[in-house]
Design a protein around this ligand. Structure first.
Ligand code: PLP
Length: 338
């Protein structure tokens, strides 16, 4: 997915509400398109907060402060605005949880029918959230890959719009706003971003976002992408350590970090290239580190979903240098998981 960077007009940002739609003109929509106005639920512009006064260079971006309580709303809002603009009447999505809840919510907002394919093991709270929005649940017994396959088969048979957070490029047009916001909030580029990686929708969005800022000469360097995977399901880390360009599928040995447990990430080549290009690295998190990190974050006031605790565990393992500005995303809210 190589793409040209848009020309960024910073003066245009103030013409839009203080949401991720501030960056509307850097997204692939016609300039006079107004569809987003009926789709937005105020997503974006989440707080960037110093986590602990004793570590003034470490920030959390509180991305669970979103309409459906996860960063996936960035991608879903933009993707569904595009679907609505195209006159789509039904979408199909597949997800291990948060992407499905987000697509279901924005589909409801757009008055578009929605089928969500998910695993029978998905946490009941996330399933309840999807159902609440009137989406049809298609529970699949099988691996994450089996679920994607079932969804893709239905897309083909029904000739429906595939609202995939992994395949659909508009999703990344939404997740890139994560770093546009950081750029505005920090007033410079950070040195490093800790990013949880399953399918890489936040990592690649962040990479594209910074690339666009860099190509527009708004920042001087690309921040390092520090990618976090669960040790029990780490195909990208394995490939990176072997010096390979793409990941071989692994068997998910089971992890509490269900949101990043992707055994065969389809965009592995792009993810690994982005980490290498930015001089980043991969960090593996063990199961006991996840719950411990969740407690430590809650002790500082932030209650996150279990998957998100892995991000903080990644930060704790990362050897940062003196004065290095690091940003940790708080991707999902605590009430989303057990
Ligand atoms: C989706 C998600 C992730 C991982 O994102 P990928 O796009 O799969 O890399 C991490 N944390 C939370 C809370 C998520 O919802």
């Amino acid at each position: 997915m190589k793409k040209d960077s848009p020309k960024i007009d910073v003066t245009a940002w103030t013409n839009y509400p203080n949401t991720l739609w501030r960056y509307f003109e850097a997204m692939p929509f016609e300039k006079d398109s107004k569809t987003w106005e009926s789709v937005t639920m105020g997503e974006g512009q989440t707080p960037l907060i110093i986590l602990d006064p004793l570590e003034p260079d470490t920030y959390v971006k509180v991305d669970y402060l979103m309409p459906t309580l996860s960063f996936k709303d960035r991608g879903a809002a933009v993707l569904m605005a595009k679907a609505k603009e195209l006159g789509v009447t039904k979408v199909i999505a597949d997800s291990s949880g948060n992407a499905g809840t987000s697509i279901a919510a924005y589909a409801a907002r757009c008055n578009i029918a929605c089928d969500v394919y998910l695993s029978h093991t998905t946490s009941p709270k996330k399933i309840a959230q999807v159902k609440a929005h009137g989406a049809t649940i298609k529970e699949i017994v099988g691996t994450r890959e089996d679920i994607a396959e079932a969804a893709q088969k239905a897309v083909g048979e029904e000739n429906t719009f595939y609202a995939s957070h992994v395949y659909n490029p508009y999703f990344y047009e939404g997740t890139k706003t994560y770093v546009y916001e950081i750029y505005e909030q920090l007033k410079e580029e950070p040195d490093s971003l800790i990013i949880p990686v399953g399918n890489g929708t936040l990592l690649l969005g962040a990479y594209y976002g910074f690339k666009e800022l860099y190509d527009n000469k708004m920042i001087d360097k690309m921040p390092k992408m520090i990618a976090v995977q669960a040790a029990n399901c780490a195909p990208l880390l394995n490939a990176y350590e072997k010096g390979n360009d793409r990941a071989e599928p692994v068997t998910n040995k089971g992890t509490l970090a269900e949101g990043i447990a992707i055994a065969a990430p389809v965009r592995s080549q792009q993810i690994i290239a982005a980490v290498r290009e930015t001089n980043g690295e991969f960090i593996a998190i063990e199961e006991d580190e996840i719950l411990n990190a969740r407690t430590l974050l809650a002790d500082k006031g932030f209650y996150v979903e279990v998957t998100t605790a892995a991000n903080y565990a990644g930060y704790l393992k990362y050897k940062k240098s003196q004065g290095e500005k690091v940003i940790i995303p708080l991707c999902g809210a605590g009430i989303k998981s057990k």
